[in-house]
Design a protein around this ligand. Structure first.
Ligand code: SAH
Ligand code: SF4
Length: 342
């Protein structure tokens, strides 16, 4: 749903602005799924809207609910038949929900551990398709009495958001203006497209930034993430320095622990050095992530070993936590999204 579509419809039908506001509010606040549910409009207008303005660009392909009911994964179909994935999760019982959304169909970055990376890039999502994933969860939450809407939005689904900057930028504008989300409730995760990081900082200084690091020496990182061959760790450090100068805000370093690949004491020291090399190390927080097994040769670091890795970081004075992983039984809560159909 784009507010401009409703606006045009209203103009064509000689409706005043408050009719547009009523419609937008019913969509983003009440999660109506059909224009016929728009109770503040006359029956005639609703029927006309139903015929001429689509409310949602995405339709359900498949939904999976985790056994603990704290994570729901949806495979959604775009109008041209592509499948994208989005997740709704509740990190703490009876607390706020977070949604993880996709920015592209597939991804060109080819990270070796990532299921989406194996697909290659099919196409960018439009700003409307990106925001419609959030709309989908608003509708879903109303339908299932889970509350009003997700509290937080993370761009950590399929795709590299900073490779689709124009639409991602526009989608953040939609979510903050039309949907009324606070900038600080939105997070963008990037594999490290360093040239785009200052742009993000200038456009959205209050939006949270996460960097997928996964290794802090160039050889290992290049083996896991081909992006490191173009934008190596030293360039990433420079981009982070610029980011801090503009925003002075905390950045999250995502680090999937892969058994015997990036989880040795030397790797912890590499991470320490990487962080020390940045002007504001206190603004960096490391999220250690438990790997969700996909069709790859990697396996997750055993639990006690992950704890030791965390302790090593803490001893170096690094702020770090092990991220709780929800919905492992529905093939990953977030960041492991692969379109089965593709
Ligand atoms: N392309 C962006 C955003 C999407 S990936 C990026 O790479 O940052 C979101 C996060 O999920 C990244 O940190 C990614 O490395 C991680 N991820 C990918 N596959 C995963 C898996 N199988 N298990 C756990 N995390 C995974
Ligand atoms: Fe793309 Fe992110 Fe997966 Fe890498 S981890 S392939 S950048 S989605």
């Amino acid at each position: 749903m784009l507010p401009s579509t409703i606006h045009t419809f209203a103009e064509d039908h000689g409706l005043p602005q408050y009719r547009v506001n009523q419609a937008v509010e019913a969509v983003v606040k009440k999660g109506i799924q059909k224009w016929s549910d728009l109770s503040t409009w006359s029956k005639e207008l609703r029927e006309e809207a139903e015929r001429s303005i689509p409310l949602q660009t995405l339709s359900v392909h498949k939904i999976l609910v985790s056994s603990q009911k704290n994570a729901v994964k949806a495979a959604l179909k775009t109008r041209d038949g592509n499948i994208i994935e989005t997740v709704l999760m509740q990190p703490k019982p009876d607390d706020a929900w977070t949604t993880c959304i996709s920015s592209q169909v597939g991804c060109a970055m080819a990270c070796t551990f990532c299921a989406t990376g194996k697909l290659g890039l099919m196409r960018n999502l439009s700003a409307e398709e990106i925001a419609d994933q959030v709309l989908f969860w608003i509708q879903y939450m109303h339908e299932h009495n889970l509350g009003e809407r997700p509290n937080n939005i993370v761009y950590m689904g399929m795709g590299e958001p900073l490779n689709n900057w124009k639409e991602v930028d526009e989608s953040i504008r939609l979510l903050t203006s039309t949907y009324g989300y606070g900038d600080r409730h939105i997070s963008v995760s990037t594999s490290g497209i360093v040239v785009m990081i200052p742009k993000l900082a200038k456009a959205w200084p209050q939006v949270n930034l996460a960097i997928s690091l996964h290794a802090a020496n160039d050889d290992d990182r290049s083996a896991l993430m081909p992006v490191n061959r173009s934008f190596n760790l030293s360039k990433l450090q420079d981009a982070l320095k610029q980011y801090f100068e503009i925003t002075n805000r905390k950045v999250f370093l995502e680090y999937i622990l892969l058994d015997k690949i990036n989880d040795t004491p030397k790797h912890a020291r590499d991470l320490g050095k990487f962080i020390e090399g940045i002007n504001k190390p206190q603004l960096l927080h490391v999220n250690l992530i438990v790997y969700n097994k996909t069709k790859s040769d990697y396996s997750e670091t055993p639990r006690d070993h992950a704890q030791q890795f965390l302790n090593l970081l803490k001893r170096m004075g690094i702020s770090a936590t092990i991220r709780k992983n929800l919905g492992r039984d529905i093939a990953g809560a977030c960041g492991q999204l692969a379109g089965e159909k593709q």
